[in-house]
Design a protein around this ligand. Structure first.
Ligand code: IMP
Ligand code: MG
Length: 192
């Protein structure tokens, strides 16, 4: 669906827009990565901001709302620990997401960051899935690519933990699903 070159070019544009709109001379914004899917995007966005000589602080949150190829409709902080360690009081937060699908994750997460005292939360997502408006619970302020409603993998995005390790982004087809499912079945057999 998207090549590494397309992704990297768009990230450089996003960094420059964020620099203009969310950074001030007197303040270091806190960049927050939603693990695990957004990790490659977050890394490359940080590098692009470094190229623009921008200072920032880093944090990570770990949440999940997906099982296989469908949204479970609920969000959990996956290891049960405190959501975020850095105090957010009066901070400008830039929350980096891999993909906004139904918006369930962000509808849950953004108010949590405000409740912890953030002065502002700007959501920057690499991808936004085009869904009918009534199915979208949250729209990000900054989006890399608006994409059709397919299940996609690569560049951090997974199908049951597979395919995170590519630099391009792909639509997941039947072959990809079968290859991954077989792997887990084999593992189960070996363990039983
Ligand atoms: P939402 O809560 O429905 O907006 O879904 C957001 C989260 O679900 C993302 O952060 C991803 O981790 C995961 N997700 C949604 N769509 C896809 C997809 O097409 N491929 C892989 N993960 C996805
Ligand atoms: Mg995610």
């Amino acid at each position: 669906m998207l090549t590494s070159a397309q992704i990297q070019a768009r990230i450089r544009q996003l960094a420059s827009v964020l620099k203009q709109e969310c950074f001030t001379e007197s303040e270091r914004p806190l960049l927050v990565c939603t693990l695990k899917g957004a990790a490659p995007f977050f890394h490359d966005l940080c590098l692009a901001l470094q190229q623009l000589s921008q200072s920032y602080d880093l944090e990570f949150v770990r949440v999940s709302s997906y099982h296989g190829t469908s949204s479970t409709g609920t969000v959990s902080s996956s290891d049960g620990s405190e959501l975020i360690a850095t105090p957010l009081h009066n901070r400008t937060v830039i929350l980096c997401e891999d993909i906004v699908d139904t918006g369930t994750t962000l509808e849950w997460l953004v108010p949590q960051l405000h409740a912890k005292g953030a002065a502002s939360v700007h959501v920057c997502t690499l991808l936004d899935k085009r869904l009918p408006e009534e199915k979208k619970k949250y729209t990000a302020a900054y989006t890399g690519f608006s994409i059709p409603n397919h299940f996609i993998v690569g560049y951090g995005l997974d199908y049951n933990e597979w395919y995170r390790d590519t630099s391009d982004i792909f639509v997941l087809g039947k072959t990809g699903i079968i290859a991954c499912d077989r792997h887990y079945e084999k593992l189960k057999e070996e363990l039983s």
